[in-house]
Each structure stands twice: as C-alpha cells, then as structure tokens.
Design a protein around this ligand. Structure first.
Ligand code: NI
Length: 258
C-alpha cells in the first residue's frame, strides 16, 4: 500500500532533540513511510548522516543552505563530497538563494558562488538537488537554466513563486515541493500552482519543524501532519487523497532514485 513520502524534513533540528525517535517510530500509524532528512548548516551534515543510519526509512541529503554559507570553504565541500559516498545519501541540499533578509543573510554574490559550487558538486557526484529559493526567483531560474542539463534532476522545495515560473521549472525537469503553506488561508497563489501543475511533478514535504499545516499552524511541524497536506492537494485537484499519496510517493522515488 502507498505511504506518504516526506521529501524534506529536519529531524536533526534541536526542536526534535527530545523525541525524534518517538516521532519517527509513529510514522506507520499516520500512514507515513519514508522521509529525507535535509542538512542546512555545516554542523548539521554529520547529524543528518547519523540519523539516516539510525532509521532504515530515513534518507540523507547533504548541502549548505544559502543563509548558512558565510563560513563555507572548498575544504568543507571536499569533505562533504567524501561523506556523500555513504549509501544513505540521496541528494545534495538544501542549496540555493535566499534574499528575504538582506540585512542578515550573506551577500547575494557569495550565495550565488556557493550555490553554483554545490550544483557542480551534484553534477560531479550524480545526485539530484534540493533547491531552497526565497525572494530570488530570477537568479535561481537563471542559474538552474544554465546548470540543469548536467544534473540528475531535483526539487524546488517549498515552492512559492508563480504558476508561469512553475511551468518553466517543470520543463527543466524539477519537481515542486508542496507543504503546509498550501493549507494557509492566504495561499491562493500556491493553490493555483497545485491546480495547474500535473500531479506527476509534485512531491509532499514538511520542512519540519517549520511550516505546520492548518489547524496546527505555528506549532512544531512533523511528518505526522502530512495527511492534512495530501488532503489539501486532493481538494485542489478534485481527486482522492489516496491518489495523491500514491503518485507523490512514486515521484519521490524517482526524484531520489530509491
Ligand atoms: Ni528546509
């Protein structure tokens, strides 16, 4: 039977320090099968790997988030490349661009440099990519248009841009990650994206501990809330949630080659 595949979780986050074992052990009760735990900081890389080793149904993605790239070095990327040989690693991510807090985040030029370097690493190692892109639509698209051909695919995680751009990313071979935001009252734009983009190009994700769906908005998110997102996708498309769960699970398997 099909089970929900959470394509983007952060169980390595301190928000789960006290009970990640209990949350992951509860997956089957809620219809959740597998998840990919995604690194974001330099410190998180080893935590994500050890988590993936602890649970057969947890995969690992290694990468440095654009807001965390200030201290990144070539030496660290080489180390990460070695660690990516681990059989539980399925992707490079999360990587990308985030221009939402220009005062706090690294300079766009520095973000672009490390985004491109990690795309090249993904090309070299043959892994798909997990893209984080916030308020940086044009630069993200331009860079991915340039580099997508050598990539083993990828996902635009927490997709937040227009329907037109969604179509363009899908043309480049990317999946769109759909999470709790879809259930927010003001998410008209994303509901439209989910309506028009074929289900075969969508994957489910939490980005937990962030982005809990309604009626849990503001609480700590976890994969256990994903049935609410599957239902919201089903409502947008006028189909059965079982179909959403089955097709997005197959999509996640294709995305991560598992
Ligand atoms: Ni994330």
């Amino acid at each position: 039977m099909a089970q929900i595949f959470d394509t983007h979780a952060h169980y390595d986050d301190e928000a789960f320090a006290g009970d990640y074992r209990e949350v992951i052990a509860a997956f089957p009760q809620y219809g959740i099968g597998r998840c990919t735990d995604v690194a974001s900081t330099m410190e998180s890389v080893d935590r994500v790997l050890s988590l993936a080793h602890e649970f057969p149904n947890v995969y690992a993605a290694l990468g440095i988030h654009p807001s965390e790239c200030r201290d990144l070095t070539e030496a660290f990327l080489e180390e990460m490349e070695q660690k990516a040989r681990d059989p539980k690693v399925v992707a490079i991510g999360e990587i990308g661009l985030d221009y939402h807090f220009p005062e706090e985040d690294p300079d766009p030029a520095l973000q672009k440099k490390w985004f491109v370097r990690q795309l090249v690493l993904a090309q070299k190692t043959g892994f798909p990519v997990i893209i984080h892109s916030r308020d940086a639509a044009k630069d993200t698209f331009d860079i991915l248009q340039e580099y997508h051909s050598g990539l083993a695919g990828g996902v635009i995680h927490c997709y937040s841009y227009s329907t037109e751009l969604a179509r363009e990313f899908v043309k480049l071979g990317f999946y769109l990650g759909i999470g709790g935001v879809l259930t927010f009252k003001n998410a008209r734009k994303i509901r439209e994206v989910v309506r028009v983009i074929p289900l075969t190009s969508l994957v489910l994700e939490t980005d937990c501990p962030y982005m809990a769906p309604v009626p849990h908005r503001g609480e700590r998110n976890s994969s256990l809330f994903l049935p609410l997102v599957a239902q919201a996708v089903a409502d947008c498309k006028g189909i059965d949630p079982e179909e959403v769960i089955a097709v997005t699970e197959q999509n996640a398997e294709r995305l991560y080659h598992v």
